[in-house]
Design a protein around this ligand. Sequence first.
Ligand SMILES: [Zn+2]
Length: 290
Amino acid sequence: MRGGPAAVVALAMLLSAGCTPSRAPAAVSASTAATPIPSPTPVAPSTTPYRSPEDRFLLHNKIYSAGRIPAVACKVPQLALQTQKEVQQYTNVMLGCLERAWKPMVARAQAEYFTATVYTVKQGARTACGPFRGKYAGFYCGTNFGIYLDWQQFVEDGDRDREYARADLQFAFAHEFGHHVQQLVQISSYFDMRWTAATGAARLEQMRRHELQASCFASAFLGANQQTLDLRGAKLKDYREAADAGDDDRPETPPDHGSHKSSTFWATAAFKAKSPSACNTWLAPAKRVT
Ligand SMILES: [Zn+2]
């Protein structure tokens, strides 16, 4: 396929590039929660250690303890993926599967669920987060819970490439949906704050923590749905190729999605665990998010 695995996870998260969610699903205000209120009377020591909202939502998010992702009835169409209509049709079905699987998880994380929408567009198209542009094949926009895909980057001609194209799109789409989950459980808001505050290499590291987590959520979903999605043999190999591809294959872009080594580490753990419990990239040492 065009660009091979390098093109696979070239996915952007434009939230940090100026798009802010129009409505925040959960109800904690960072400023209120972070401001200590002086008390004139002595207060009994709390048994719960104080956690800043940032720690609470990034490091100790309830999604990590939401359990296993359910296996859902998911019948993806065996389409050739040659037209916009086919890419749209395929991802609409995938969206239904992802929503059925993640909805109860988001509920267990005590966050409200909002539905996502897929838009298959071309480079330069208008989106709720500004024009679709650049090197990426897809991105998530928190403003309207929109998943935008440059459908032309997902179509293939040869028979073998068609097989891989489906695996590529499946993983890429599950990754973008991973950003939707991050948005719903408030991870994105706190990532956004960190990203804004950081510069240079530190900023790239925050970005990788966020992107590796979206990929990790994708692998957790695919692992939980291995049977329904028939991820065996060549299909399993194709999934792995898509999931393990990292920034190493794309020297022309900044190292913001994770190396092959880091991508493989999180993908393997999540596919096996079938749960976001394996996806706490915010608590991981720096060497795990290279
Ligand atoms: Zn991404």
